[in-house]
Design a protein. Structure first.
Lengths: 188, 945
């Protein structure tokens, strides 16, 4: 069970067998270019760790052990230091996530407006628990402390977009829409 | 001094300290976690809350964190106000909600700061009934256990490991409720000071893995003050011992830091902390061994090796005494070889037995020469050997030819602190108190200049301002040029490339500008020219500054500098011994060789050692470990290790320090000098020299005899009280007053309580009866105070937090006659390099270069396989590739090693690991020459493919 009071133990020792050779993990030219571009805003390359993580995640969906080693190598910073940044920020994923990540707001206003019921509904329709990814690999459900839109509670964020004044119907529509979108993509 | 009022009492305190450390200095009990006397305050844990009142009218006051509060003159504070107590109780209760109830199985239990603080805050009942957050633990290498569930998130570990010790593989991971202190992935904590986490962590997250293997509670350990024998810095340690479970003999169980203000402070290196296991290792000698006459079927021993069997100690002693008697009748000659890793007492006893003329240092010519150079440098009034706090406050450091992280590790840790002095100065100019650790570290000042020139530099490269990797010859040349630059000479035609000349100018400017410059060098390069140039430089700098130059010189072994005091110049070196024996071969008198705790194969090339053995008739060895030399000895006496004996070492600073027996060695183990005295006791007739030995009953008798014989070592009779010293009629107890199982421990035999073993050497008892209070005597190494069971209690025994131990510093400087350094005619030697050969430069390893610690189980896991370093430019020239095997051909034979590329190895040189198992016998050849070629089996490997 994941809740604010009793979060799950954090997984920092992920040993992924799928990519055993760390040295071969390299950044693509595109990723490097973007990191270099971002690095221009900082005094040194070493300060750009968080941005680099964000850029790589944008391309790869999540940050694997290989990716984090690749970034640390590229920025010439100790990998443990980068890991401490990566595990600090909730929006950097150190485990695989679905194509669409649902951030459901669980703070006071949303709670008053019934977010628990909505969460139950999402869990039922996707057959997942909070923190898990649906079997089709499309949706991951995460809880957020506050999305800052309390006057339109309950809210959630999906991708980079906010969805406000939610009820079960709007959520069903949203999920269906996204499912359809990805079904279309895969048939293309 | 500001005056403050705490709970109605007026106190005078040091205005530079924060309120917490002032209160602790005053002896008040305030709980704390994140504050550390050496690392300052960050205000993370909120445990040290106190109340500050505006004025005497103010009744309620306000809550403050005492570690973050500067002293205000006239300030009114309270520790005991109800609000503060309640707040502290709340904090501890909150911290404890996730702390497991595992004290009975936790190795920190009984010396746990968290236990102490919980007790102190009055949190004795748990109200929290929820589940606790749990973590997976990591494998952190052979030294440290990891148990993250016990963490209270004080951040001390990462503050020590990253910020203080310069590590980069331990971090705070995650956030909020799930913070995890660990590595990115499992693996050894790579920093050489990781062992301090055991003491820095206020609870049981990081515990000593070697201790786990034979764990007992702190109160069940028997302790005495000791000196680390794994390098020459002279760190003070508190080893702990107790009877092992399967037999009755006590074993050494762990090493902890014993605070010494001028040397180790609060921290030890990992070699010192985990190297102790050699004492319990399989190679330990605990029986008297003698030649086995009968042939063994199927023996795999080398045909030169002598096979041994256990004999009755009395027979062996008798045999030795027969030889001594024969020597007195001029029918036999006895030669003694001393050792830089044995105490002054043992060395002196051997010298007394064989006579000064027949006593040799056990060092080769070169090693003794460089040690004498160190000695004469330190005898000059213009040179001052700095203490660790003095090193930490230097504002410019020049390291010449010494890889201090590997040869004097604790000093490297001090240099790391010196690198922060620019930052600290900036903080002071901004009126930020230095204990405000996070604020000071935020100042983006450059490191104070640290410049290195030499063969190899480990661990400090991240803070080094400039590093020059050159051969010893070039290093000496550079130093020489630097000295001339500082003296303002018109530099003579030193053939130096422009980039070096540029560096000379820059370094000179830095040293001249610095207020407290420090130079570090040492004997590890085995290059007299470098030390002579260092002397010249120190002199020039002192002449310019009109104050003595701070010069730290690292020697190689625990008592190198002590042994040096027993010899004039290079007299008594091993080459001289071989020469003398060769010359006197025709005398036709049987010769016995007594070797004291020394492996000659590490001192001389193989051929010379073989020759030496062929020139003598009987080899008698007194040693702790079965070394290659032991395989050639006719008779071996088991000698006690440092923790089992009393004696004196002289450290790099020339500080004579006494170590005391923590426990009696097992089996027939006793001090080397006692074996010699026993043998003399058996002699039927004794001359005057020998009757002196007969009189020796206590270790201090020898110390006093040394003090009488050697003016330089006069301080030895003042070093510590003799065995008759008593406090209130009592000895000092080695066991704590809670020592358990006195009658149960021998239960397999009987349940009566046996009388404790008598200690003939020190005024200490091997029992719990006696003085326990470390404030009454520094001989009490069990640092404990009521309510303070952890090592944090040390502040109760300091003049002030982080200051001297009460009763002043232990140890005394040896009094070397002062004389200016002679003007060495700087022979910038053109070394006769044989064609096609490479110079072997010694490179050092924290784990692998030191003889004794190599036998420690945990350390042996980390020792690398034999390798040599070569500049990649020269790889092709020799037709070798990275990782391939090569044969190194030397006068001592051929050594097969792996080859590794190293960009910093000077051209024409190979870096050869000093003392690394498999390459030990190369140590004596360095810095000589060798030829290198691809290993002969190379083609065979190809066939197999």
């Amino acid at each position: 069970m994941s809740s604010l009071l009793e979060p799950e133990p954090i997984e920092v020792m992920e040993h992924s067998n799928s990519d055993p050779d760390k040295i071969s993990a390299i950044l693509t030219d595109e990723e490097k270019l973007e990191i270099d571009e971002e690095a221009k805003h900082y005094e040194g390359k070493s300060s750009v760790g968080l941005e680099a993580l964000r850029i790589v995640q944008k391309h790869r969906g999540w940050i694997s052990d290989n990716s984090i080693h690749a970034i640390a190598n590229y920025l010439k910073i100790p990998v443990t230091q980068l890991e401490s940044v990566a595990t600090y920020f909730q929006l950097i994923f150190r485990q695989p996530v679905g194509k669409e990540v649902i951030y459901l707001c669980k703070s006071a206003s949303c709670w008053v407006m019934g977010c628990d019921q909505l969460q139950k509904h999402i869990c039922q329709s996707l057959e997942i628990k909070p923190g898990e990814t649906s079997k089709d690999g499309i949706f991951t459900l995460l809880e957020m402390p506050c999305l800052g839109d309390c006057d339109k509670a309950p809210v959630l964020m999906l991708g980079e977009e906010m969805y406000r004044n939610l009820d079960e119907d709007t959520i069903d529509t949203l999920i269906d829409k996204k499912k359809q979108l990805h079904a279309d993509k895969s048939t293309d | 001094m500001p005056t403050i009022t705490i709970d109605g009492e007026k106190y005078q305190v040091d205005g530079d300290q924060n309120l917490l450390s002032s209160c602790l200095t005053l002896g008040l009990n305030i709980p704390y976690f994140c504050w550390h006397p050496e690392m300052g305050s960050v205000g993370a844990c909120r445990q040290c809350a106190m109340i500050e009142y505006k004025d005497s009218e103010d009744q309620s006051g306000r809550l403050i964190m005492s570690c973050m509060t500067p002293i205000r003159d006239g300030g009114i504070y309270s520790v005991n106000a109800e609000m503060a107590k309640e707040f502290r109780g709340g904090i501890i209760e909150d911290l404890m909600t996730n702390h497991p109830h595992d004290c009975p199985v936790c190795e920190e239990g009984g010396e746990c700061h968290l236990q102490d603080m919980t007790e102190m805050s009055g949190h004795t009942m748990r109200r929290y009934r929820g589940s606790k957050r749990t973590h997976r633990n990591q494998y952190l290498g052979p030294f440290i256990n990891h148990e993250m569930n016990r963490c209270i998130t004080c951040y001390r570990c990462v503050r020590f490991y990253n910020e203080y010790a310069g590590g980069n593989d331990l971090q705070a991971l995650g956030r909020n409720h799930q913070i995890y202190f660990g590595r990115q992935e499992e693996g050894r904590l790579e920093n050489g000071f990781s062992g301090n986490l055991v003491e820095v962590c206020p609870t049981g997250v990081f515990t000593d893995k070697t201790f786990s293997a034979h764990f007992v509670r702190k109160w069940d350990l028997q302790t005495a003050p000791s000196i680390c024998e794994h390098c020459a810095v002279g760190c003070n340690t508190a080893p702990g011992a107790r009877e092992s479970s399967n037999n009755l003999d006590p074993i050494l169980r762990r090493i902890t830091n014993l605070y010494h203000h001028d040397i180790n402070g609060y921290f030890l290196c990992d070699r010192g902390r985990f190297g102790y296991e050699y004492v319990n290792s399989a190679t330990r000698i605990d029986k008297v061994l003698s030649v086995r006459d009968e042939d063994l079927i199927g023996s795999t021993a080398d045909n030169k090796d002598i096979l041994h069997k256990e004999i009755n100690p009395q027979d062996a002693v008798l045999n030795l005494s027969v030889q001594i008697t024969a020597a007195q009748r001029q029918l036999r000659r006895i030669i003694g070889i001393g050792s830089p890793r044995s105490s002054l007492e043992n060395n002196f006893a051997l010298r007394q037995l064989v006579g000064a003329d027949h006593f040799y240092s056990g060092l080769n010519y070169l090693d003794q020469e460089v040690l004498q150079l160190v000695n004469s440098l330190q005898s000059d009034d213009r040179i001052l050997s700095p203490s660790t706090p003095e090193i930490e406050t230097s504002d410019a450091v020049l390291i010449i030819g010494e890889d201090i992280y590997n040869t004097a590790p604790r000093i490297a840790l001090a240099v790391r602190q010196a690198a922060r002095n620019r930052q600290k100065q900036a903080a002071q100019s901004l009126k930020i108190p230095l204990w405000q650790d996070a604020s000071v570290r935020q100042l983006e000042e450059e490191h104070s200049p640290i410049i290195f020139i030499g063969t190899a530099l480990s661990n400090l490269d991240d803070i080094a301002d400039a590093t020059l990797f050159e051969s010893p010859q070039k290093t000496a040349l550079f130093t020489h040029a630097l000295a001339q630059e500082i003296s303002g000479y018109k530099a003579p035609n030193l053939k130096m490339p422009p980039h070096l000349q540029e560096m000379v100018k820059r370094t000179a400017a830095i040293l001249l500008k610095a207020g407290k410059p420090l130079i570090i060098s040492g004997t590890s390069g085995k290059h007299p020219g470098t030390l002579q140039a260092v002397a010249e430089l120190s002199r020039a700098l002192s002449d310019d500054k009109k104050t003595p130059t701070k010069l730290y010189l690292a020697c190689s072994e625990a008592n190198s500098l002590g042994l040096t005091q027993l010899f004039n110049g290079t007299e008594g070196n091993l080459q001289q011994l071989v020469q003398t024996l060769t010359d006197q071969r025709s005398a036709n008198i049987p010769t016995s060789l007594i070797i004291l705790e020394n492996d000659l194969y590490r001192r001389l090339d193989k051929h010379s050692v073989e020759k030496l053995f062929s020139l003598v008739d009987e080899v008698i060895l007194l040693d702790t470990l079965l070394t290659p030399t032991a395989k050639r000895a006719n008779c071996i006496f088991p000698a006690s290790a440092t923790a089992e004996s009393q004696g004196t070492f002289v450290n790099n600073n020339g500080l004579a320090q006494r170590f005391y027996a923590v426990y009696e060695g097992k089996g027939f183990i006793q001090e080397s000098w006692r074996w010699l005295v026993d043998a003399v006791d058996f002699c039927t007739e004794t001359c005057e020299n020998l009757s002196v030995l007969k009189e020796w009953k206590h270790s201090t008798d020898i110390s006093d005899a040394i003090a009488r014989e050697f003016r330089v070592l006069r301080v030895l009779d003042e070093l510590g009280p003799d065995e008759n010293f008593r406090i209130d009629g009592l000895r000092i107890a080695r066991q704590s007053s809670r020592y358990s199982g006195r009658t149960a421990i021998h239960a397999q035999e009987h349940v009566s309580e046996t009388p404790p073993i008598n200690d003939p050497d020190a005024p200490m008892s091997f029992s719990m009866e006696g003085i326990h209070n470390p404030n009454k005597t520094q001989l009490q190494a069990n640092i404990w105070s009521p309510g303070w069971n952890s090592n944090q209690s040390i502040f109760k025994f300091q003049e002030q937090v982080g200051g001297e131990r009460k009763g002043g510093p232990s140890g005394k400087m040896i009094e070397r006659p002062r004389h200016p350094i002679p003007d060495w005619t700087n022979t910038l030697e053109k070394s006769p390099q044989p064609p096609n050969s490479m110079q072997m430069l010694p490179i050092y390893r924290l784990f692998g270069s030191e003889e004794l610690s190599n036998q420690s189980m945990a350390i042996s896991e980390l020792i690398e396989a034999p390798f040599v370093l070569i500049n990649p430019k020269e790889m092709t020239q020799h037709g070798v590739n990275e990782g391939e095997l090569v044969d190194i051909e030397t006068s001592s034979g051929i050594y097969r090693t792996e080859i590794r590329r190293c960009n910093t190895t000077p051209e024409g040189c190979i870096g050869v690991p000093y003392g690394l198992p498999g390459l030990e016998t190369l140590a004596a050849l360095m810095p000589g020459y060798a030829t290198l070629r691809p290993a002969a089996t190379h083609s065979i490997a190809g066939v197999e493919n």
